[in-house]
Design a protein around this ligand. Structure first.
Ligand SMILES: C[S@@+](CC[C@H](N)C(=O)[O-])C[C@H]1O[C@@H](n2cnc3c(N)ncnc32)[C@H](O)[C@@H]1O
Length: 297
């Protein structure tokens, strides 16, 4: 079986998952992924047997419902996607807009899946009221239902019976994480641009993030946090307080999809902050030698 990936979500950690997974301690009981999105880390870790159980959460309820349905009812879920997908034609954008309106009224998770698959560059966009606003990609029809079916069945096969779904804020999702668990966090970027980051339905504030990280540190929970990054000359995200004692690692995340959308070809470097117990050197990963990091370690 190939590694399944049924939700082509913008910002998915599918490509970085193998690198991040190198920091997961052996004999991890549960993997928590409280900013799940497409749950790329959970899927990778389950596929390679790196944890026994899984807790996924997201504040976007239809996303959590979608993951749950994929795992618990794979065939009806894939069938419903097929039904929605087959309703479209290449040259009829009105159909996409119809499904988008229906999603914005009813929040049906399968409508969301179709929108994610068919929208421009799979780059979801939400307005301040949480309404899905991205447009149709006229050049593609979105993931074929046969491919979707095998991915959904694959995800169900590796996760069924050992995953718990939680809808809500990440701090709630991780409240019972213990030192034998591992938490992987991938919040929306802070400071991607001045004003709202429209890529996700909800923003996150630095103070809240830091407060939550302290809770985890005080409970000795091992964790990794994908936090800020750099694309071309732009840097995202203010630094985290040194007192947290985290180690900052730099990972090559490939070509930036944001830049590609704007016609530029720029590489993205992402930071991965890890608790110091996890920070063994891994080939190809740069451990940041900045003054700040040396102080942090
Ligand atoms: C960068 S995406 C995660 C992508 C994910 N790593 C993947 O592989 O697809 C961030 C996710 O966090 C969710 N989110 C935003 N604020 C949140 C919060 N306070 N608590 C939980 N989830 C939140 C968004 O809905 C979005 O799905």
């Amino acid at each position: 079986m190939m590694l399944p990936h049924p939700i082509p979500y913008q910002g998915s950690k599918r490509k970085l998952a193998p690198t991040i997974a190198k920091y997961i301690p052996r004999r991890t009981t549960r993997l928590f992924e409280p900013f799940a999105g497409s749950a790329a880390m959970t899927i990778y870790v389950a596929f390679y047997g790196l944890a026994h159980e899984f807790v996924v959460g997201d504040s976007l309820k239809p996303m959590v419902d979608l993951l749950r349905r994929m795992v618990e009812n794979p065939k009806p879920t894939a069938d419903r996607y097929r039904e929605i997908w087959e309703g479209q034609t290449r040259d009829n954008c009105a159909y996409f807009n119809e499904i988008r309106n229906r999603y914005n009224e009813q929040q049906d998770p399968l409508d969301l899946l179709y929108l994610i698959c068919r929208c421009v560059k799979n780059a979801v966009r939400f307005n301040g009221n949480g309404r899905f606003t991205q447009s149709v990609d006229k050049r593609r029809l979105g993931m074929h239902p046969d491919k979707m079916q095998s991915a959904v069945i694959g995800v169900s096969r590796i996760l069924r019976g050992r995953i718990e779904f939680r809808c809500g804020d990440w701090m709630e999702t991780t409240v019972d994480a213990t030192p034998s668990d591992f938490v992987y966090m991938d919040p929306p970027y802070l400071g991607t641009s001045i004003g709202r980051d429209k890529r996700y339905h909800q923003q996150i504030l630095l103070d809240e993030l830091v407060e939550g990280l302290w809770h985890l540190r005080n409970r000795c929970v091992p964790f990794a946090l994908s936090y800020d990054g750099m694309t071309g000359e732009r840097e995202y995200g203010p630094p985290l307080p040194c007192e947290l004692g985290l180690v900052r690692l730099l990972l090559h995340a490939g070509t930036s999809s944001q830049s590609t959308l704007s016609g530029r070809n720029e590489q993205t470097i992402e930071s991965l902050y890890v608790t110091p117990d996890l920070a063994q050197p891994v080939e190809g990963v740069l451990r940041l030698k900045s003054e700040q990091t040396e102080l942090c370690v």
